[in-house]
Design a protein around this ligand. Structure first.
Ligand code: TYD
Length: 213
């Protein structure tokens, strides 16, 4: 068999900050792991060298030009794709990824790049089998960040910016995107997520049928 043939599934969690996507990713991860699926959780920005530089960028966004900012996210993704995503897909893993290239289209789109051009620049990255797009009114997300996380807003999270980001996310049309109303309770949103996962698994011939050991 061709070793490059993709056997796993790539499920990405997208949305503006404070929509609860990371909480939902963890819930799904536990369900799949407990059922014996070969699941891997990962995130972007990564914890690699470019991801760490990006975390500096949150604090000092004005130190970087827009082009440098975009370039850093692309370098981080390239490393993630080569070192983790593609190998794991080839080994038949189900990958849950917190943010992926739709975030680049939306966030770097909000600073002026054309979202479709940004998507084209990401053509080296495997397309997700499913992108769950978590949506709440931006004000709710901001309230969750401030009260829930006990945090202040970083440069990427300023309300006006997030409104633009949300609008771009919402306008991207790809068959693998499923929009999720994330204003409900954690449990009700989790049930919605499980519905999409069940549909994906039912239509996937790639899903390993035996529990992974
Ligand atoms: P986030 O998921 O909030 O990471 P963490 O919880 O580790 O801080 O992502 C950090 C920020 O990075 C978020 O505000 C969105 C932004 N971002 C981009 O601007 N472009 C991208 O391509 C990605 C992946 C994230």
């Amino acid at each position: 068999m061709n070793d490059n043939k993709k056997k796993g599934l790539l499920i990405v969690f997208e949305g503006t900050d404070g929509t609860g996507k990371s909480t939902q990713l963890q819930l799904l991860y536990k369900v799949l792991r407990d059922k014996g699926y070969p699941v891997v959780a990962t995130r972007e920005p990564t914890d690699g060298k470019y991801g760490r530089e990006i975390r500096q960028l949150y604090i000092n966004r004005e130190k970087y030009s827009h082009e440098e900012e975009l370039e850093l996210f692309l370098k981080d993704r390239r490393e993630h794709v080569d070192e983790l995503l593609n190998p794991a897909l080839r080994r038949g893993k189900i990958i849950l990824c917190d943010r992926y290239f739709l975030s680049t289209a939306a966030y770097q789109g909000a600073i002026g790049f054309d979202p479709e051009t940004v998507l084209t620049l990401n053509s080296f990255a495997p397309e997700p089998d499913l992108a769950l797009l978590f949506q709440t009114p931006v004000d709710i997300g901001v309230t969750r960040i401030i009260s829930g996380r006990g945090d202040t807003l970083n440069d990427f999270e300023q309300t006006e910016n997030l409104k633009k980001v949300a609008e771009i996310f919402s306008g991207i049309d790809r068959p693998y995107i499923k929009k999720i109303d994330a204003t409900g309770s954690i449990e009700s949103v989790h049930q919605t997520v499980m519905g999409h996962i069940a549909t994906l698994f039912a239509s996937s011939s790639f899903l390993p049928l035996v529990p992974y050991s």
